[in-house]
Design a protein around this ligand. Structure first.
Ligand SMILES: Nc1ncnc2c1ncn2[C@@H]1O[C@H](COP(=O)(O)OP(=O)(O)OP(=O)(O)O)[C@@H](O)[C@H]1O
Ligand SMILES: [Mg+2]
Length: 249
């Protein structure tokens, strides 16, 4: 499954281009996204630019439809912008081909979604292992890492359960564990507490904050919750596809 040549190409790009500023995790430069729909063109993002430092915990806030998920999709290379550039660890990610982008995404970015996006027909352990196996980890190493992470998140006792049998908070912890298996430099979370009750949401958020501060992960989190946003390091507020405010909390 592992494409060693492609991996090497990505690693080489990383070495060649990671020269400008070691403390920068991510840079978006004039990123626009225009969707062509039957009802006409929708400008989801309009020349958005920002720089995020390594280890920063950033929240993205704004009304529904303001472009929050679109930003995350661009930054996570899930979709290409119509124009503009995204640099991750100094690499111009959209200068790469789709398969190189997929490798970078798998190795460097962890995703956490509102609806968990876990595979329900298999176990918690296998869900957490999967991105590791895709990245070329041996099953034993992936097992070892997955169990360590599940243990750290306090859900190792659920390793043989199917995700569907867990509570929302437990499922989100499994999704966090999965996002960490490849030791990503950036974690992207789209309303990770959106489907959880307040107490469980606060617990999941505390876990993410811990990841950010103790383990120096760069985290970008979309949230509708102003209190959670205020307890991140920085909040970027979007409106109509533009940055309306960018504040250090
Ligand atoms: N695949 C798509 N095709 C067409 N339009 C889209 C698509 N995805 C998003 N849009 C439009 O782009 C704009 C931004 O959408 P986006 O999903 O980024 O908003 P959001 O801020 O995440 O909203 P919410 O808080 O409701 O999740 C909206 O006007 C939306 O309708
Ligand atoms: Mg959204």
């Amino acid at each position: 499954m592992r494409n060693v040549t492609k991996d090497l190409v990505v690693e080489k790009n990383l070495q060649d281009e990671n020269i400008d500023n070691d403390s920068i995790a991510l840079r978006a430069e004039n990123v626009s996204k225009i969707y062509d729909t039957s009802a006409g063109k929708v400008v989801a993002l309009d020349k958005v630019s920002f720089t995020i430092k390594k280890g920063q915990f950033v929240s993205i806030v704004g009304p529904s439809g303001s472009g929050k998920s679109t930003v995350l999709n661009m930054v996570g290379a899930l979709d290409r912008p119509t124009s503009g550039k995204i640099y991750i660890d100094g690499i111009d990610i959209f200068s790469m081909n789709d398969s190189e982008i997929a490798t970078l995404r798998n190795k460097r970015i962890g995703f956490i979604f509102q609806s968990f996006n876990l595979i329900n027909r298999t176990t918690v352990l296998k869900n957490v292992k999967l991105p590791g196996i895709i990245a070329g980890m041996s099953s034993d190493v992936a097992d070892f890492r997955a169990l360590k992470i599940l243990e750290a998140l306090g859900i190792d006792d659920k390793k043989n359960q199917k995700p569907v049998n867990l509570s929302g908070g437990q499922q989100q912890r499994v999704a966090i564990a999965r996002s960490l298996i490849n030791n990503p430099s950036i974690i992207l979370a789209d309303e990770p507490t959106g489907n959880l009750d307040t107490k469980t949401g606060d617990d999941v958020f505390a876990m993410m904050k811990n990841l950010s501060h103790k383990f120096k992960r760069t985290i970008i989190m979309v949230t509708h919750n102003p209190e959670l946003a205020e307890s991140t390091d920085r909040s970027i507020m979007l409106r109509d596809g533009r940055i309306e405010k960018d504040v250090i909390n």
